[in-house]
Design a protein around this ligand. Structure first.
Ligand code: ADP
Length: 589
């Protein structure tokens, strides 16, 4: 199984990518646009102020003229007494020429033109009835009038200024001056910028765009239209609303006219109900905004692509490293599998060898046992044969009284043989499984009681140390007693030649184990058997006394109880044996 799976290239999350690709250019474009709009507003303020100044100076230039003319005596005489018309006309013509205005004329209090600077021209104003004109009405009321409208005669647009002619407090007539603003408009048109002036009704009265002239920013109401009609102010067929709309861009005022979009900056003309507007075409603004957006879009795109490229490259490098690592691990796994296989094979071989050894060991033990048994049994069998032969002889001779000792001997030999086979049976026998929990103190007491007689015969002292409280273990109590008896028996056997023989027994606990210590002050365990003490048929005893099975049987019994038996020589005394047995409680745990 592969340890590493191939790492796949993970694309930048589409959402984040899109957000960056669109969001960043948008924000940059907005910032740039706002900055540019501020610049444009500054410029348009300056331009608007300039246009306003030129318009104001054009309007104010002639303001004094009707007043001056109205003050002359010949004019006053003309409107009161009929006066010298020719003289007045010549005067007005000269004054108009000097002032460079379009026309100067005098109206009587009925609104009829009685003298005019253009008296010699074909379309002279003389005789015209202009009482409907607001500038006449205003002047008749006693104040100066201002009015913009088309001329009655030629329809030429003009700015009209008027002043009353007074005799004491009475207004007896009006002097009016017409000023033509078309040269100013021509200048504006030539400037190439977009400027217009609209009156309070939204009618465009002056404009750098000739097509917009007399068009309106909003549709005019019927009342307004009839007012205009009465004043004969504008060429009425032209008074149609432009397709215009006002909106706002980042807080700046916009004016849409037709398909064009402008930034609009306006201000009122002092002393007039006019508003002058300076328009800036938005095309460059949008070009710049779009350009910025596109540039930042491309830059962000490039940045993302670069990042993706670098990422992919590092991913590829990572994948390559991982593949190398995976290959290395695969090889290691293979090697490991081979080694495991090799181990298993070796283990199998070892097990086979071990089994062979066990088999061989068993056979050797069997051989040893057979030799020992044959040895142990041959001698009494030979003796029995001898006794039987001598008994037969006695029988044939009729010595019946002598037979009894022979028969006793045969019986003793039989007992000895039974003892040998008994010991063998005990060695071969498996654990009885008669397990129960018991107090070790009782087992020790019981085995000592059984040995009491031997202790007395051998004149051996006992040093017994048992605890006050019980020490519980689990196992076959009778077999444990058998172990203890064997230990006592061996100790007594070893101390045949020892004076003041002493056997010590103590019982203690060590952690979760019970410890029985059996020692004596005999000669200790012979060096030559020290290592093989617990093997069967190892003995130093005289023939017929021991088979060398006692300790190996003990070893088995203690092992069956989950314990350990250890033997050694005390540095000062004789041999000592330690039995370690698991405590009942710890065993339960
Ligand atoms: P056996 O008693 O039939 O010889 P054991 O297995 O009980 O068989 O003992 C084996 C040998 O261990 C004894 O022959 C003896 O040499 C030695 N041995 C056992 N206990 C002692 C002891 N307390 N002191 C000296 N030697 C001992």
């Amino acid at each position: 199984m592969p340890i590493f799976t191939e790492t796949k290239f993970r694309a930048l999350p589409i959402f984040t990518g899109l957000l960056f690709m669109l969001g960043v250019p948008l924000i940059v474009a907005l910032l740039v646009q706002y900055d540019y709009l501020q610049d444009l507003e500054r410029v348009s303020n300056e331009r608007l102020a300039l246009y306003e100044r030129t318009l104001n100076s054009a309007l104010q230039r002639y303001e004094y003229l009707p007043f001056l003319v109205s003050q002359t005596s010949i004019i006053k005489e003309l409107v009161t007494k009929g006066g010298n018309k020719l003289e007045v006309n010549v005067f007005l013509q000269a004054a108009n020429q000097k002032a460079e205005s379009a026309a100067i004329y005098v109206l009587n209090n009925d609104g009829i033109v009685v003298a005019a600077s253009n008296w010699t021209e074909r379309d002279s104003f003389i005789g015209l009835d202009l009482k409907f004109r607001p500038y006449f009405k205003d002047a008749m009321k006693g104040s100066g009038g201002k009015f913009f409208g088309v001329g009655v005669m030629a329809g030429e647009p003009g700015f009209y200024l008027s002043h009353p002619i007074r005799i004491r407090d009475d207004v007896v007539g009006v002097v009016a001056t017409k000023v033509v603003l078309s040269p100013l408009e021509t200048l504006w048109q030539e400037g190439g910028e977009t400027v217009f002036v609209a009156d309070s009704n939204g009618v465009i009265v002056l404009s750098s765009r000739p097509k917009w002239k007399y068009r309106t920013l909003v549709p005019l109401s019927k009342d307004t239209l009839s007012e205009i009609h009465e004043r004969w102010q504008y060429p009425e067929p032209k008074l149609k609303a432009l397709a215009s709309r006002t909106s706002y861009l980042l807080g700046f005022r916009e004016l849409h006219i037709g398909k064009e979009r402008f930034l609009r900056n306006s201000r009122s003309i002092p002393g007039m109900d006019w508003q002058i507007s300076y328009l800036m075409n938005e095309a460059p603004l949008w070009e710049r905004t779009l350009g910025t957006a596109l540039t930042s879009f491309v830059l962000v795109g490039l940045a993302i692509l670069t990042r993706m490229f670098l990422r992919e490259r590092s991913q590829r490098e990572l994948s390559r490293q991982q593949a190398i690592e995976a290959e290395r691990i695969r090889k290691m796994n293979k090697q490991l599998a081979l080694e495991i296989e090799e181990r298993k094979r070796t283990e199998k071989e070892l097990r086979a060898a071990q089994e062979e050894l066990v088999q061989a060991g068993k056979l050797a033990a069997l051989g040893e046992m057979a030799t020992a048994v044959a040895h142990e049994l041959n001698q009494p069998i030979a003796a029995i044969k001898t006794y039987i032969a001598s008994s037969r002889l006695m029988l044939s001779r009729g010595k019946l009284d002598d037979l009894s000792p022979n028969l006793n001997k045969i019986s003793e030999l039989g007992d000895r043989m039974a003892k040998v086979t008994g010991q063998l049976k005990s060695f071969v026998r498996k654990s009885s499984n008669k397990k129960s929990e018991f107090d070790l103190r009782l087992a020790i007491d019981e085995s000592l009681t059984l040995m009491k007689h031997q202790f007395q015969v051998e004149a051996c002292e006992l040093d017994l140390n048992l605890p006050d409280s019980p020490i519980q273990v689990v196992g076959d109590r009778v077999r444990l007693e058998q172990v203890l008896i064997n230990l006592f028996r061996n100790a007594l056997d070893s101390m045949q030649d020892t004076r003041a023989a002493l056997i010590g027994v103590s019982l203690t606990t060590e952690g979760d184990k019970a410890r029985i210590h059996v020692w004596d002050n005999g000669p200790g365990i012979a060096e030559e058997i020290g290592n093989r003490l617990f093997e069967p048929f190892v003995t130093t005893k005289k023939e017929g006394v021991g088979l060398g099975l006692g300790l190996s049987i003990s070893y088995k019994i203690i092992k069956d109880m989950g314990g350990k038996i250890r033997a050694g020589n005390h540095p000062e005394l004789g041999a000592e044996f330690f039995l370690h047995l698991p405590l009942a409680n710890s065993d339960k745990e």
